[in-house]
Design a binder for this molecule. Structure first.
Ligand code: DCP
Length: 135
């Protein structure tokens, strides 16, 4: 069996809004919105990987919380997980993305309905809507 690499994404919710990042590549997902993150390095924990990716991609320091329940098999050797994250320092900037935006529950539902989310990330919409109703 091949070892599974983890891709971690951050679910950052604050003031009843979720931070989404707009991808610029590859072409299939250009312009679509995702939870920011990336591949864990070999031997790197998902938590450390998320802290590193969000530092690189958004310029923020985060505290990492619990995982969302759904995980998504991207390929046979790649699994995508989302961890809740809380910004402790810095203001998010689109260092590697086209743009960033904070969305409320209605905006998240609309982006989902119009097919503007990265396909794999749609698995998290129900759980994200619950979080958005709480925090
Ligand atoms: N992915 C996703 N949803 C997310 C984050 C990532 O579906 N919220 C997918 C897109 C890619 C894979 O996970 O197929 C890896 O994501 P990135 O390209 O963002 O990660 P890296 O920047 O680490 O990858 P690379 O080094 O290949 O550029």
């Amino acid at each position: 069996m091949t070892a599974r690499r983890v891709v971690v994404a951050g679910a950052i919710v604050a003031d009843r809004r979720l931070l989404l990042a707009q991808r610029g590549y590859p072409a299939e997902v250009d312009g679509l919105w995702e939870l920011p993150g990336g591949k864990a390095e070999l031997g790197e924990s998902p938590e450390s990987a998320l802290r590193r990716e969000l530092r690189e991609e958004l310029g923020v320091e985060v505290r990492v919380g619990t995982a969302l329940r759904e995980s998504v098999a991207l390929r046979h050797d790649l699994v995508l997980v989302a961890l809740r994250a809380y910004i402790e320092d810095g203001s998010p900037r689109a260092v590697e993305h086209r743009a960033l935006r904070w969305v409320d529950a209605d905006e998240l539902r609309s982006l989902h309905a119009e097919g503007s989310l990265v396909p794999a990330d749609t698995a998290w919409v129900p759980e994200l809507l619950v979080d958005l109703a709480r925090r």
